[in-house]
Design a protein around this ligand. Structure first.
Ligand code: NZQ
Ligand code: ZN
Length: 387
């Protein structure tokens, strides 16, 4: 097990009706808030009005900025920064999913910075100060509610890039599983694929003697695998929604990466897809992850066979562990298909004419991944395997 320091300071407020406490949670930080949300699901569900009432009750003034798109855009981030400066707002409340939260984090980082916020995403500057961010989560998926990252798409050049800082972790995340009852099946499934990918990125590591975190990863994956079919059949099943929601946070709050280094190549490879084709991140991962696995499993057949056996109950063939490993990858694809996700680029609606451009952009800062480092040619092969 590698040495590690673990601190995740995001306060989690979990359960029924917890969004009613949002005003009280913000009060110690601010009385002037930017209320940030997406394309309208929060208005349709009535959540937006409930949040406004909770803020009013505590005397917290709020200015709204909606319109965050999935794969959140830099232009709206810039508008948010301008509004916060002009109206002297000093807290960002994100009501939505990963896209809204990431946009909120970008605004929060941009307000106190004298340069262009995109500098953080191009690694031209590091974040030295940020406004505090709070979250009311409406979809379990990205894990951004307690993560230290934000992913933004710059419309110029269709570049989707991430920035990270410990300062980015939200001060609190309010998580009421009831708020996810209205999620369309496809969004539920995309969220599940992203959660699983966050665990699998950590699972495939070169660190040795990490049994405890291996087992935590396996438990998290098995929880998603058993509960997603339940919520697809019964969208208002509170218990199953709650399991997925909490698993989604733990998948990406860094507990599962303690003592080990994860891979993260598949995420980089996927970001080129959602950057150019604007596909849902989770759907992109359902396509990329199995292809990445086929490309790299020979690097550590035993680990892939362990994954197959413990997560998908594949019977271990000791004389041919590669067969066990490949069966695990096949069952992952079957699971993604069963919950309504694509597993090939073709099914995702992506043609093969820009694979080499994506491979170039993906590796322009150098090879991607840690478990196995993939250069431009190898990333191209992953895209080809995904076709
Ligand atoms: O915009 P609205 O109308 O709210 O609709 C959203 C959106 O269309 C809808 N939705 C959300 N909650 C709903 C709902 N519809 C009905 N009922 C609800 N309760 O779902 C759609 C997708 O929302 P989005 O926020 O894009 O989803 P997700 O949470 O999957 O976030 C994806 C983004 O997060 C980034 C991804 O790259 C992508 O841009 N990620 C962020 C990470 C981080 N910051 O740590 C890590 C991840 O790996 C990921 O890269
Ligand atoms: Zn992800």
């Amino acid at each position: 097990m590698d040495n590690f320091t673990f601190l995740n300071a995001t306060k989690i407020i979990f359960g029924k009706s917890t969004e009613e406490s949002v005003g009280r949670e913000i009060k110690p930080f601010s009385s002037r808030v930017l209320l940030h949300y997406g394309k309208g699901s929060v208005k349709k569900s009535g959540l937006f009005d409930r949040i406004c009432r909770a803020l009013d009750k505590e005397g917290i003034q709020h200015v709204e900025l909606g319109g965050v798109l999935p794969n959140p855009r830099l232009s709206l981030v810039r508008e948010g920064i301008r509004i916060c400066r002009e109206k002297k707002l000093d807290f960002i409340l994100a009501v939505g999913g990963g896209s809204v939260i990431d946009s909120a984090k970008a605004i929060a980082a941009g307000v106190p910075y004298s340069g262009d916020v995109w500098d953080f995403y191009m690694r031209k500057a590091t974040i030295a100060a940020m406004l505090p961010v709070g979250v009311v989560l409406t979809i379990p998926a990205a894990g951004s509610e307690s993560s230290n990252g934000s992913v933004i798409t710059n419309e110029e050049g269709s570049l989707k890039r991430d920035a990270g800082s410990e300062l980015m972790r939200p001060r609190f995340a309010i998580m009421n599983p009831e708020l996810t009852f209205a999620l369309p099946p496809y969004q539920t499934a995309c969220g599940a694929a992203d959660i699983m990918a966050h665990v699998m990125e950590r699972y495939f590591t070169n660190a040795r003697a990490v049994e405890f975190t291996d087992r935590l990863c396996e438990a998290t994956l098995k929880t998603i695998i058993s509960n997603v079919p339940r919520v697809l059949a019964e969208p208002r099943n509170y218990d199953a929604r709650a399991e997925i929601m909490w698993a989604g946070t733990v998948a990406h709050n860094d507990l599962l990466s303690t003592g080990r280094v994860g891979d993260w190549g598949s995420h980089m490879i996927e970001h080129e897809l959602s950057g150019i084709y604007d596909v849902a991140h989770g759907a992109g991962l359902a396509v990329v992850f199995p292809a990445w696995m086929k490309k790299v499993y020979a690097h550590d057949v035993a680990r892939f066979a362990q994954f197959a056996q413990r997560v998908f109950n594949v019977e271990m063939t000791f004389e041919d562990p590669a067969r066990t490993a490949l069966e695990g990858i096949r069952r992952l694809e079957v699971f993604f298909h069963e919950i309504g996700l694509p597993v090939t680029l073709k099914e995702l609606g992506v043609k093969d004419d820009r694979l080499s451009e994506m491979a170039r952009k993906c590796t322009e800062r150098g090879p991607v991944g840690n478990f196995v480092k993939l250069g431009r040619e190898e990333v191209f092969e992953v895209y080809t395997l995904a076709m």
